[in-house]
Design a protein around this ligand. Structure first.
Ligand code: GLN
Ligand code: ZN
Length: 765
């Protein structure tokens, strides 16, 4: 290579204005034909490629575009269709592809789970002893398409065999090696056909290399890549890792591949340190992932170019590829359409298109010298400086508070046992108290009123009257259902993070800043761009109004600091933990405000706590300690009488049980019904000695559960949990459900609680 090459690892699928999502949903709804649909997505695919050409990227990924998910793409390429779906071999029809992802009347959808530590979810392949066959060479097809239609010599992207099998289910761990080996000939065929077509570089993604894999697994990786290299000697393999530092660095360097891609942003500095320590083989190319592929801030070109110069002392310039740290799937498409955004903020942003431009500029700078990109450097430096100097990043009060965190009390006044007795006295709740998780159905009516208010079609006062009427209606319904602890229903919130972001200083919202979460579902994370401060009460008005209508305790409802952090794009000029603590300090004021206004139970939800766990265990403790600290910073200033609740909507928390205990919440509610009581086993090993409610029914289905199911669930839980500490609640919030099914299900739940309560009391006598 004579010049420094710029490259990309993957481009967002969704389109600047989510055109892709709309096409998918229209096809699913039968509003467009299959041909129309396929024609549309082809246009998107080619348009995304052309954009990258226009930006000036040298090595453009092909085959990364997907109709749903790239892991599912890989599975169907190997003819892996779960048995419950009709399939008789050959290329998997697009209808079957979507059936696997979304389920049919007769067959449940394949499981979906988080893609490493991102908020993207992939479809889990089910191997189940199926013999994989190559039913279509997908990368080849897309390579040819790009070449024929746009004259691009693309870089096919494939999910590597070791990561693919690792992410799949339906085989026993001891067969891992044998299963991976089954795929090797198929990958070899793919590579050989690509080679015949004249493909120069193939990107094989093995993010698993950046997790804590074992020595045996790395030996297997060696064996696999040895075979792949021998099978197709003329095509260059770029082995791509991302999201963390490579675990067995020296082993990976010696793999028989022609290029290695490293994440130099999310590696905790370890990849660069390892490069410095071990050097880099003379016969390989280094794909340097130096532009943040997961956050949305403009790259500091001056600093990054210096870092690249540093690297060029280890790897000669002509063997460096400049690229983002990971696929750009995790960032929105372009800043260009954000017309209403604050100019200073907008200037400091960089989404996918802008990041690719940065890669082009940096490759040029490295090749031709810093003078050649002087203008671009100036623009970037100025924009970043403007944001750093703006008042929103210089809130002295907030910064002082963060400096003096040690002056804040972060323990409750008394320990749990003492509080428990006081609270029992205060609330006089029955045994097995019943409650819900917070939200009640967000009907079309609720949504349309909010939209009208946002558009200025109704006044703030009219909107408030409407919200109050909803609250009142649901206080009445909760009385009728017979619950013990009420909630106000969260009708004023679209989203549990957005609502708080809109009221706290330091947040902004984009218009088109969407990223794919799973399938056609996209999320638009808030931008935490400045110091977070508390300017006005967040939830007091609605909660106090609800409490004024009933004698039953109404739980205040807040979203926790770690969840707000993990579901936002966060500024990177200060540590994430400082940002979490800023949010926690704001919530702390709200907690105090609620208490002052007579709210004696306050729930602080942390559904995203677990998903924020770092990829490598080495970093777990620091994350969990910070999470626990932020939660306690937000929740501890209350009196012993005040009961702090928290909620998490997953049950696989064996790994983090100590952190959960350390939150010192008086009551926690968690999901269990979907995992069929797996959690209960966890409690057989670990005791939990504070208030706890295991979700007794699954809110993800409209079905009204049967009384016996619920009594059975409760009784099962009571075998391992203390009767006096047990609460009865659904799995999660009810905002996606309808009114009738919600009331129906809750009535059954209350009845089940009463039944078990009675039998327990009889047992006692
Ligand atoms: N309080 C929230 C609700 O009920 C909790 C949502 C969640 O756990 N994701 O909607
Ligand atoms: Zn939940």
């Amino acid at each position: 290579m004579s010049k420094v090459i710029s490259s990309n690892l993957g481009y967002p699928r969704i389109g600047e204005k989510r055109e892709w999502k709309k096409a998918l949903e229209q096809f699913w709804a039968g509003k467009i034909t299959k041909d129309e649909f396929l024609k549309q997505v082809e246009e998107f695919r080619l348009n995304h490629l052309q954009k990258q050409v226009d930006i000036g990227i040298d090595l453009i990924p092909v085959g990364d575009f997907s109709l749903y998910d790239h892991v599912l793409d890989t599975a169907v390429m190997f003819g892996l269709v779960p048995k419950r779906f009709e399939y008789s071999g050959g290329k998997v029809p697009v209808e079957t592809y979507f059936d696997i992802a979304r389920g049919t009347k007769g067959a449940v959808a394949a499981e979906m789970t988080k893609w490493f530590n991102t908020n993207y979810h992939y479809i889990v392949p089910e191997l189940d002893n199926a013999v994989p066959t190559l039913v279509e060479n997908r990368p080849l097809q897309f390579y040819k398409e790009a070449k024929e239609k746009l004259n691009i010599k693309g870089k096919p992207v494939i999910l590597g065999p070791v990561t693919f099998v690792k992410l799949s289910k339906g085989y026993s761990k001891k067969d891992f090696k044998a299963v991976v080996e089954q795929f090797v000939p198929l990958y070899t065929t793919i590579l050989r056909e690509l080679q015949e077509e004249g493909v120069e570089w193939v990107q094989i993604d093995e993010p698993i290399l950046s997790t804590s894999i074992s020595k045996e697994e790395i030996e297997l990786v060696k064996e696999v890549y040895q075979k792949l290299n021998e099978g197709a000697t003329k095509v260059n393999i770029l082995l791509q890792t991302y999201f963390e530092s490579v675990e067995h660095f020296e082993d990976v360097l010696t793999l028989p591949v022609q290029g290695i891609g490293l994440d130099l942003v999310y590696d905790h500095g370890q990849n660069l340190a390892a490069l410095k320590k071990h050097g880099f083989p003379q016969d390989k190319v280094l794909a340097a992932g130096i532009i943040d592929g997961r956050n949305i801030w403009r790259t500091n070109l001056a600093d990054t170019l210096s870092a690249l110069h540093e690297i060029s002392k280890i790897v000669s310039k002509d063997r460096i590829i400049v690229q983002p740290s990971s696929s750009l799937l995790h960032v929105p498409v372009t800043v260009k359409n954000e017309e209403k955004l604050d100019e200073v903020l907008k200037g400091a942003l960089s989404f996918a298109d802008e990041k690719l431009y940065e890669a082009v500029v940096l490759a040029k700078g490295l090749h031709e010298g810093v003078e050649s990109i002087q203008n671009e450097i100036k623009v970037a430096t100025k924009a970043i400086q403007a944001l750093n100097e703006s008042s929103v990043r210089n809130n002295i009060d907030v910064q002082d508070a963060i400096q003096s965190l040690d002056t804040y009390q972060t323990e409750r006044e008394a320990e749990f046992g003492v509080r428990q007795a006081i609270q029992a006295d205060t609330f006089q709740l029955p045994l097995l108290p019943t409650t819900t998780i917070g939200s009640f159905p967000q009907t079309t009516e609720v949504r349309s009123q909010r939209l009208k208010w946002r558009k200025g079609e109704i006044t703030g006062a009219e909107y408030e009257t409407f919200i109050n009427a909803e609250i009142k209606k649901w206080i009445g319904l909760q009385e009728e259902i017979g619950l013990d602890v009420f909630v106000h229903g969260e009708f004023e919130r679209t989203d549990m993070v957005e609502f708080f972001g809109e009221k706290l200083a330091g947040f902004q919202f984009t218009k088109f800043g969407w990223v794919q979460s799973y399938g056609s579902r996209c999320v638009k994370p808030p931008l935490i761009y400045g110091d977070v401060s508390y300017d006005e009460p967040l939830t007091v008005k609605e909660t106090v109004y609800a409490q004024s209508l009933t004698d039953k305790p109404v739980k205040g409802m807040l979203t926790g600091p770690i969840t707000i952090l993990n579901w936002s794009f966060v500024r990177d000029d200060i540590s994430r933990y400082d940002v979490a603590n800023q949010i926690a300090l704001a919530l702390r004021q709200e907690v105090v405000g609620l208490e002052k206004n007579g709210i004696r139970m306050i729930q602080v939800d942390e559904p995203a706590l677990r998903e924020g766990l770092p990829l490598k265990r080495d970093y777990w403790d620091s994350y969990l300690n910070a999470a626990v600290y932020a939660f306690k910073l937000a929740t501890t200033p209350v009196q012993n009488e005040t009961q702090i609740h928290t909620h998490m909507c997953y049950s696989d928390f064996e790994d983090i049980i100590d952190a959960i205990k350390a939150l010192d919440a008086d009551v926690i509610s968690i999901e269990t019904s979907r995992s069929h009581g797996e959690l209960i086993y966890a409690f057989e090993e670990n005791t939990y000695d504070k208030g706890i409610g295991l979700g007794v029914y699954d809110i993800h289905s409209p079905r009204i559960p049967k009384l016996e199911e619920l009594t059975k669930n409760i009784e099962r839980a009571l075998q391992v949990l203390d009767l006096k500490l047990f609460w009865i609640n659904p799995d999660c919030g009810l905002k996606t459900r309808g009114l009738e099914e919600t009331v129906g299900a809750l009535k059954v739940m209350v009845e089940a609680a009463a039944k078990v309560r009675e039998s327990q009391l009889v047992n006692k006598e």
